[in-house]
Design a protein around this ligand. Structure first.
Ligand code: SF4
Length: 464
C-alpha cells in the first residue's frame, strides 16, 4: 500500500457517507440448502466469495481471526487518514445465522474486543465497554438468507448489536428460485422483510439481474415489482449482475444450458433503467461483485461500471431519486458551492404491513444532508416495541467526523436532533406513547443525552 502524504486521505469515498465501514469475513462453510447455481466458494473461502477479493485475502492471511481482522483494518484506516471513531461493522461470507451459535457469539464478541482494545469476559461486557470506547460500533450489518430470519434469529441478531440485515433475493420469482437452486421461496422474502423491518432493522436486498432462465424484460418487470409491491420496498440494494465464476455450478453447466451473462453494454443499459426506478427512500450500496478477471469464466470485468452509469445519467440530465447520488459527500465533486439552506421533506409510504415515514433534509438541488426512517406497525414481535413507533435509521451526511468534532454541514450540525424531534412529533400526533430507536452500541450515548434509556436492544423514550 502506498503511504499517503501527511494529511492526505487515501480512498476518500470510503468514508464519504459519514461512517467508516470495517469488513470482517467469517470462516468457510457451505450453506445448508446446497449451492445456488451462480455461487462460488465454500471450501477454502466463505461461500459466494473468491480468494481474490481484498477482504477475503486479508481474512485468509489472518486465518479468519475476527479480532485480528478488526485490529489490522483499524490500523490501515489510521494510516490512510480515515477517522476510526465511528465504525460500521460489515460481516461478510455466506449465511451468518447458519453458523453454529457458539461460533457466532464468539465472533461478534471478538469484533467488539478488537474495537475496544481489551478482552471482555462476555458479549454483554464487550458491548457495554464499546458504548464509550474510542472506536465505537455505530452500526452492524449481517448478510443472511430470507429463510434465516425467524423471530428467534432476528432476536439474536439484535442482541449482537446488528442494525442492518442484507438478504439475497436476486429476482423475486419462485420459478427462477427453483431453477437456480435458491432453496427458498418468494413467501420467505416477503415474511423476512416484514419481520426485519418491524423489529426496527434496516433492510437490504441483493439483486441479481441476468440470471439463467431470465431475460431483460423479466428482470426489469421484477425489479419494478420490488418497489411497486409494498411487500418488498427495501431500504438499500446491492446489484450484482449474474456472472459465470469458476468453482460455481454454473461454470459446469453454462454451455449445456446455453447461458450467457449480459455484456457490458447491456449491463449498463439495464443498470441505468433500474437506477431510474429506485425511489427516494432507497440507497444503492454497491454495483458489481469484486470478482477477479482470472476467476471469470464468462461475464463483464468492469467492476467500476457504476461510475459510467451515474455519469451517463447525469449527462443526460436525468433526475435520479436514489439516495447515494443525492448525498452531500457524493455531490461535492459536482457543485463548486453547495447551498446549505435545507428544508425538511416527509414522505409517507406503505411497506411490509406497516407505515413508513421517510424524513429528509434536502437543499434546493435535492442534495441530501440527513435522513430518518420512522415506522409504525402493529405486528412487531419484540416486546419492547409494543405500542411504540420505531426509528430504523438516523443518518446525517458529510465526511465522517470524529465524535465531538464540529462539522460545517451535515454531520454534527444539529440535523440529527431536528430529525429526531420531528419523528417524536409525528409519532405523538399519531397516538404513540413511546418511540424506540435501533441504535448501534456506540451511538447509545448520543441518545442517552437526549433523554432516551436503554430498552432491550433499543433505546427508547416515553412521549408525553
Ligand atoms: S445462499 Fe448465498 S452464499 Fe449460500 S449458496 Fe446461495 S448465493 Fe451462495
Amino acid at each position: 500500500m502506498k503511504i499517503p502524504l501527511e494529511g492526505e486521505v487515501r480512498k476518500p469515498s470510503k468514508t464519504m457517507a459519514g461512517v467508516t465501514p470495517l469488513t470482517v469475513v467469517v470462516e468457510p462453510r457451505k450453506c445448508n440448502h446446497g449451492t445456488c447455481v451462480y455461487c462460488p466458494g465454500g471450501e477454502k473461502v466463505p461461500q459466494s466469495y473468491t480468494d481474490k477479493s481484498p477482504a477475503v485475502m486479508r481474512a485468509l492471511m489472518l486465518e479468519f481471526d475476527p479480532l485480528e481482522q478488526v485490529r489490522v483494518r483499524l490500523k490501515a484506516f489510521r494510516v490512510m487518514n480515515h477517522p476510526t471513531d465511528k465504525i460500521e461493522l460489515i460481516i461478510l461470507g455466506g449465511t451468518f445465522m447458519q453458523y453454529p451459535k457458539e461460533y457466532r457469539d464468539s465472533f461478534i464478541k471478538a469484533c467488539y474486543d478488537g474495537l475496544n482494545g481489551v478482552n471482555s469476559k462476555d458479549l454483554e461486557e464487550a458491548k457495554k465497554i464499546n458504548e464509550s470506547a474510542k472506536h465505537r460500533m455505530i452500526g452492524m450489518c449481517i448478510e443472511n438468507r430470507p429463510d434465516n430470519c425467524s423471530e428467534n434469529e432476528i432476536g439474536e441478531m439484535l442482541n449482537y448489536g446488528c442494525t442492518r440485515v442484507e438478504i439475497g433475493i436476486q429476482m423475486p420469482d419462485d420459478e427462477l428460485y427453483r431453477k437456480t437452486n435458491r432453496g427458498h421461496s418468494v413467501r420467505d422474502v416477503v415474511e423476512a422483510s416484514e419481520r426485519l423491518k418491524s423489529a426496527g432493522l434496516k433492510l437490504g436486498f441483493h439483486i441479481m439481474p441476468g440470471l439463467p432462465y431470465s431475460n431483460e424484460e423479466k428482470d426489469l418487470k421484477l425489479f419494478k415489482e420490488v418497489f411497486d409491491n409494498p411487500e418488498y420496498r427495501p431500504d438499500q440494494l446491492k446489484i450484482y449482475p449474474c456472472q459465470v465464476i469458476d468453482d460455481s455450478p454454473l461454470a459446469r453447466i453454462h454451455q449445456k444450458i446455453n447461458f450467457k451473462p449480459y455484456d457490458t453494454e447491456k449491463t449498463q443499459e439495464i443498470l441505468e433503467k433500474m437506477t431510474m426506478m429506485i425511489p427516494e427512500y432507497c440507497r444503492t450500496m454497491r454495483v458489481m461483485r469484486e470478482i477477479p478477471p482470472d476467476r471469470l469464466v464468462s461475464g463483464i470485468t468492469r467492476i467500476d461500471i457504476r461510475r459510467d452509469v451515474e455519469k451517463n445519467l447525469r449527462n443526460k440530465g436525468k433526475v435520479v431519486q436514489e439516495i447515494r447520488m443525492r448525498e452531500l459527500g457524493f455531490n461535492k465533486q459536482y457543485f463548486k458551492e453547495i447551498d446549505s439552506k435545507v428544508r425538511l421533506k416527509v414522505t409517507e409510504y406503505e411497506a411490509n404491513n406497516g407505515k413508513e415515514f421517510f424524513l429528509q433534509f434536502v437543499n434546493k438541488d435535492n442534495i441530501l444532508f440527513g435522513l430518518l426512517r420512522l415506522r409504525f406497525s402493529n405486528n412487531g414481535f419484540m416486546k419492547e416495541l409494543e405500542g411504540a413507533a420505531i426509528v430504523r435509521e438516523l443518518h446525517t451526511y458529510g465526511k465522517a467526523l470524529e465524535i465531538g468534532e464540529k462539522g460545517e454541514r451535515g454531520q454534527h450540525t444539529g440535523i440529527g436532533k431536528k430529525l429526531m424531534k420531528e419523528a417524536e412529533r409525528i409519532s405523538k400526533e399519531n397516538g404513540f406513547g413511546k418511540i424506540a430507536i435501533i441504535s448501534g452500541v456506540g451511538v447509545r450515548e448520543y441518545f442517552f443525552n437526549q433523554g432516551y434509556i436503554l430498552d432491550g436492544p433499543y433505546v427508547s423514550k416515553t412521549l408525553i
